[in-house]
Write a protein that binds this ligand. Sequence first.
Ligand code: NAD
Length: 334
Amino acid sequence: MSTTITVIPGDGIGPDIVDATLKVLDKAGCNFTYEFADAGLTALEKHGELIPQQTLDLIEKNKVTLKGPLTTPIGEGFTSINVSLRKTFNLYANVRPVLSLKGTRARYDNVDIITIRENTEGMYSGIGQKVSEDGTIAEAMSVITREGAERICRFAFELACKEGRKKVTSVHKANIMKSTSGLFLKVAREVAKEFPEIEFEEMIVDATCMKLVMDPSQFDVIVTTNLFGDILSDLCAGLIGGLGLAPGANIGTDAAIFEAVHGSAPDIAGQDLANPTALILGAVQMLEYLGMAEQAGKIRDAVRDTIAAGECVTRDLGGNAGTQAFTDAILARL
Ligand code: NAD
């Protein structure tokens, strides 16, 4: 029986990289049925709202969604669509792996890090966001709950066990943010005790940035709060050659959304310049989530070999191929 996936083409470079990804999935013999839905600027223009109810219904019905990047219009009254989706479906774990690929122009060739970012709390709680009437004081509240910290830390350790990883680093700023980051760290220490086979390390976020840039090979799995995870995962993407290579999975108990870490890249939209790798690797995460390891491995190998060969790669990887030609090269290897 064919599994049905909700597909959101999204904005900017979204439709092009989603199209490339679906071709790759089909060529690898995944046999999915796709139901398409609008969100973001595209949805606002077509339906008058950023996330139409029919899109929410499809995400809920099919449980698994592949999503292109969404543009959040700048200005008051628009909360981030991605943050809304993560909260609506309680997608508490944001899993962002980065792995060095031969043939990129990255500074390192030995990076293999998974950042697990808490996806629903912290500075992204959206609580208490206000500016005083005279416009001189701005406020935002960060909320960390024991329950939220516990489930993300447990998720990180369980993933480490499942994937044969050796170490989990809990990244925090508990020396300054004693209540919120302090609670997160306390809970991480408690959860770590349940997993004696995994080495546990705790590290302050600023030192983590420095150490990641100096020697990323010392990191394995990182677990951290929402804002730190957002920043660190982009830093990690930079270590392997840029945003065009970094995928991300948003996982909850009842639904999951797979995407690229990058945004809609309006500066290169519609020019056949986007690198589809990040979203294709997001689809690989989706296949692993669905227990389709064979197809996941085939696609990962084809992407890796195409980039390593270097003959037909996109501009961000030092080549001059367009999105379509690069995708064709991957399809040929499949
Ligand atoms: P961005 O990630 O879209 O682009 C940053 C830079 O990276 C740009 O120079 C862009 O050309 C380049 N880039 C990104 N993806 C690339 C790819 N696949 N291939 C080659 N180059 C690529 O960030 P931004 O410009 O700050 O944000 C644009 C919009 O995207 C904003 O509206 C933002 O809210 C949204 N956004 C959405 C998501 C998401 O949907 N998950 C994530 C981040 C940003």
